[in-house]
Unconditional design. Structure first.
Length: 319
């Protein structure tokens, strides 16, 4: 790899197979990758000389994990502008370092309180409307992506594992089929914004780390929970796993006799308001972002930053 810079090595591993498979030219590669035409031309010539990359030789990458965000009408959404600024900075850093950058949305980005079975027939349910919930989720994406440059947006892999709150839409149409033509998860425009979408309870694999809104435990399929969620995730899956859902931050590691390190992470949440249903449990919620740095083969270096600290860093104090 001495003929390529760190950035070009990352480009080679990300697009090498496509260069061979689709016979990509430097203009097309520059357009889809955000790299300069000169860099793309060099990587294309290298690929045609040495062949497609070996996945085992791929460098690690940095992963930014967004916990349950619960966008909803009537709640301050400035945290999504803040999120976009963080993604832009971390994305540019990854480009400079020549490492892959992935943003993983752990699900429940949309709260969908209008479809909550918990509040049906209660006074708090009155006035809720599906279209308002959808609009809030779309606005949150618009606020975030407005802060992300084209270069970072093209460089980043955008992964979204749907949560149980998005799945309220599917549950509602399953229970009342006549609504099937009037509401759908696609209304939230996740794929239109560029997310790589995974169904509820299906896991995405990024650098050997498995992401799902939650991992099931027992025959009833309930979420892994308890005082030591991280350790439980490892013991139940025997893989490095990240889940959301509980809004709690908990992390554990175990290492096998062969030296393979596994991580279990419950990644907290990304909202600042209190949830009415949670009562005193709101105090247990951890609110911030998780960064899985130098992730490869399921191992990584964990970094966490609270929303409060991010607001101070970017001068966006909540009033």
């Amino acid at each position: 790899m001495r003929k390529l810079s760190n950035k070009q090595v990352a480009l080679y591993h990300k697009y090498g197979e496509d260069i061979i498979k689709y016979n990509l030219g430097h203009r097309t590669l520059a357009k889809i990758s955000g790299y300069s035409k000169h860099a793309c031309d060099k990587v294309i010539r290298y690929t045609r000389q040495h062949g497609a990359p070996n996945p085992d030789d791929a460098p690690g990458g940095n992963i930014l994990v967004i916990g349950d965000a619960h966008s909803q009408p009537g709640v301050d959404q400035s945290r999504f502008t803040l999120l976009g600024k963080v993604i832009e900075d971390r994305g540019r850093q990854a480009i400079e370092e020549g490492v892959e950058f992935t943003v993983v949305n752990i699900g429940d980005w949309a709260d969908m309180e209008s479809l909550s079975s918990y509040d049906v027939a209660k006074r708090s349910f009155e006035g809720r409307r599906y279209k308002h919930d959808v609009a809030a989720a779309i606005e949150a994406q618009e606020l975030m992506f407005a802060e992300v440059s084209k270069a970072v947006r093209n460089y980043t892999r955008w992964v979204f594992v749907l949560g149980n709150h998005e799945n309220r839409i599917n549950r509602t149409t399953d229970e009342d089929p006549k609504l099937a033509g009037f509401m759908d998860v696609s209304d939230l425009k996740y794929e239109e914004f560029g997310w790589e979408l995974y169904p509820f309870k299906e896991a995405a694999n990024v650098h050997g780390v498995h992401f799902a809104h939650y991992f099931a435990s027992g025959v009833m399929g309930r979420a892994v929970s308890g005082a030591n969620i991280g350790r439980s995730l490892i013991l139940k899956t025997l893989e490095s796993c990240v889940q959301g859902h509980s809004h709690i931050l908990n992390h554990a590691t175990l290492t096998t006799a062969s030296g393979r390190r596994m991580h279990g992470l419950s990644c907290g949440c990304f909202f600042e308001h209190d949830e009415g249903y949670a009562s005193t449990a709101n105090a247990m919620f951890w609110r911030g972002l998780c960064f899985l740095n130098n992730a490869k083969d399921g191992d990584y270096e964990l970094e966490t930053i609270t929303i409060k600290r991010l607001r101070r860093m970017y001068g966006m104090e909540l009033r």
